[in-house]
Design a protein around this ligand. Structure first.
Ligand code: CP
Length: 333
């Protein structure tokens, strides 16, 4: 059945006018770097979701789309999901990976600058996927004029755009954003790049889904000026509370995160907040967590229908297959 996607009501519905085209790579993304949520238009996000859905369901294949292409993953911070799912995506599309799981084992040990490293990678790979704990790295990479695109895999505390794509794709593909029930985020968006990027992308593409947003945070400075602007422009009304149980029952989605890197070490910013099967959840509430988790997400939820976080992690592969195939302009026709 042909599907039509609306970013106004978030419903994937039968098309009044049929669209018979098979979803394909998003051609407007060819050669583009994705460093910030703002680098993607709503139209591109929705087109990408259609393509990713076709990949995930087997309606299209990415086999061979990255044939002969080399993607470098350069990580200055630990990662399970982001690096491995990017690399899996490249391999599944027939490409090759230059994997640097410890960026500090590069010339940075000798004082080499990030901008020089970026120039080197431009000569060795067709695209570069970078994670770094320092937000200043964004500016360093941005300052270099190179021909190959770069993807932000989590830089500093502010931006993790492909995680946000995964999160919203998960909700969109499950039809969860059509329920009209409020979204609740637990954490400190100003200092947690996954939640922050989730909200920024929501404001940009799915503003209605954020109406009645609840933020559970012990921190009064949970927001920052750019995020506040985005929420205001999107018309999102926000309720902040320090008690998850107060808002859990009325939530259709709870997005939970605790860890962030501060001064070179990972710290939890959610205090003693814990979500478990004993929490007052509605029967249809779905839970997202970018993982890795701590005590805030109790394992008692793993075997319940609330658990959307394992699917969220799994769709990292087709999402990144779709994104890389689009950016690198592959064709298997
Ligand atoms: N979600 C996420 O960024 O996980 P990793 O730190 O394992 O990459």
């Amino acid at each position: 059945m042909a599907m039509r996607i609306s970013s106004d009501n978030f419903i994937r519905e039968s098309a009044g006018g049929r669209r018979d085209a098979v979803p394909s790579p998003v051609t407007s993304l060819v050669g583009r770097s994705i460093m910030r949520v703002a680098d993607l238009t709503p139209t591109e996000v929705l087109a990408l979701f259609e393509y990713v859905h076709a990949i995930e369901t087997g309606a299209v294949t990415t086999t061979g789309l990255l044939h002969g292409q080399v993607v470098c993953t350069l990580f200055f911070e630990p990662s399970t999901r982001t690096r491995l799912s990017f690399e899996s995506a490249v391999l599944r599309a027939g490409g090759n990976v230059l994997s640097v799981s410890d960026g500090y084992a590069t010339g940075v040990q000798k004082g080499e600058s990030l901008s020089d490293i970026r120039i080197m990678i431009d000569g060795y790979a067709d695209a570069c996927v970078i994670r770094h704990p320092d937000a200043a790295a964004l500016a360093a990479f941005d300052s270099v004029k190179v021909s190959s695109p770069m993807i932000n895999a989590g830089i500093g505390q502010r931006e993790h755009p492909t995680q946000a794509l995964i999160d919203w794709y998960t909700l969109w593909s499950e039809g969860v954003v059509a329920t009209g029930r409020r979204i609740c985020v637990v954490g400190v968006p100003a200092r947690m790049r996954s939640i922050r990027s989730f909200l920024l992308l929501g404001c940009r593409v799915f503003p209605s889904a954020l109406h009645g947003l609840a933020v559970v945070s012990q921190y009064e400075d949970w927001c920052d000026p750019e995020l506040a602007d985005a929420l205001q422009s999107a018309g999102v009304d926000v309720e902040r509370t320090t008690n998850l149980d107060e808002v859990a029952a009325a939530s259709g989605v709870i997005y939970l995160n605790a860890l962030t890197m501060l001064d070179g070490r990972f710290v939890s910013l959610t205090g003693d907040t814990v979500l478990s099967v004993d929490s007052p959840l509605s029967s249809t509430c779905r839970i997202l967590h970018p993982l890795a988790r701590g005590p805030e997400l109790d394992r008692s939820l793993d075997s319940t229908p609330h658990n959307l976080y394992f699917r969220q992690a799994r769709v990292g592969v087709p999402l990144r297959q779709g994104l890389l195939s689009s950016i690198l302009g592959g064709t298997n026709a």
